[in-house]
Design a protein around this ligand. Structure first.
Ligand code: DON
Length: 308
């Protein structure tokens, strides 16, 4: 896979996505995200030779939301190693990403770090020995280093909007706390969680941030290779919630979605890919983003399950 073969495909994919009638539904449970134009589509890919190729709205910023859970997991694994898994499982979920029922049936141990309850526990673990401000600074510093770009910020208005409407997440936090699986005050942990979800990035920045998961960061491994393997496994099996089977079937590489419509997808040792289109499918994953990745992995035979 080189830039010459990829370049025309990106333009073709952009044109095909523009023609698709069905754009899905923009997330409206976070009021600040409800008004986003669903016609936008961007894609960017970082290759093993250091080149980066982009097409469409790849330099427009968007709210990465749950894609940020990959970065908090990377920091938490670096800090706690395998002890991290005492508090969070590694199994796919069967219900919606903010399901209280799923947490209740598991006695307060979230199924995995990518559903909301699991990410709230991850954020809680990062708050040990640090203030929310310090924790957010650590997350943003990690992301900027991964992206080789200091121009990445959290959008306080998106965080405030989610804080004002985040009753589902509040119920998850309180349930976790009742089960003894949240160390800090619910509002303190949630405030930190809402802020890291409010990280704003372009496809170009997100694809560069993902390089460390493909083993392609220019300064070598940002985290232990064993942890990279763990995160990619989790992205493959749980990165699209109860739509993860569908994503593996159609796309076939590790990926993490966010309700802002972004997806970070990884081809270990070969590429880091970011797509963005705000309309979502029934699982809360980008509809056109998934379709674009399915087309790309099909054309380049990138699915890990492909034998030809
Ligand atoms: O907590 C939430 O609901 C959002 N901040 C993040 C959820 C999300 O991105 C789900 N992804 N598809």
């Amino acid at each position: 896979m080189d830039s010459q073969s990829v370049r025309p495909l990106l333009d073709d994919i952009c044109a095909a996505m523009e023609q698709r009638e069905d754009r899905g539904r923009v997330a409206d449970y976070i009021p600040e995200l409800a008004g986003i134009d669903p016609d936008q589509f961007g894609i960017s890919i970082c290759l093993a030779d250091g080149q980066q190729l982009s097409a469409g709205d790849a330099t427009t910023g968007f709210s990465v939301q749950s894609v940020s859970k990959v970065f908090t997991l990377a920091i938490a694994l670096g800090r706690y190693g395998s002890r991290f898994w005492d508090r969070v499982g590694r199994e796919p979920s069967t219900l919606v990403f903010n399901s209280v029922q799923e947490l209740e049936t598991r006695d307060g141990i979230p199924p995995n770090p990518f559903v909301n309850s699991g990410a709230i526990v991850t954020t809680d673990s990062l708050l040990v020995g640090a203030t929310p401000k310090e924790t957010l600074a650590e997350i943003i510093q990690f992301v900027r280093q991964a992206a080789s770009d200091d121009d990445i910020y959290m959008d306080p208005e998106v965080a405030a909007s989610e804080n004002a409407s985040g009753h589902r997440n509040r119920s998850l936090a309180h349930f976790l706390r009742a089960c003894g699986n949240l160390r800090h005050d619910c509002d303190l942990t949630l405030g930190t969680y809402f802020h890291h979800c409010a990280l704003e990035m372009t496809c170009e920045q997100l694809a560069r941030t993902g390089r460390f998961l493909a083993g392609l960061h220019p300064s070598g491994h940002l985290i232990q290779p064993g942890h990279i393997r763990s995160i990619n496994a989790l992205m493959m099996t749980c990165g699209h919630y109860n739509g993860s089977g569908e994503f593996a079937y159609r796309v076939g590489i590790p990926g993490k979605s966010g309700v802002g419509g972004g997806i970070l997808a990884i081809v270990p040792r070969r590429a880091s890919i970011a797509v963005w289109s705000p309309g979502l499918d029934q699982f809360g994953n980008s509809l056109r983003g998934t379709a674009a990745l399915a087309k790309l992995t099909h054309l380049l035979r990138l699915s890990v399950f492909s034998v030809s």
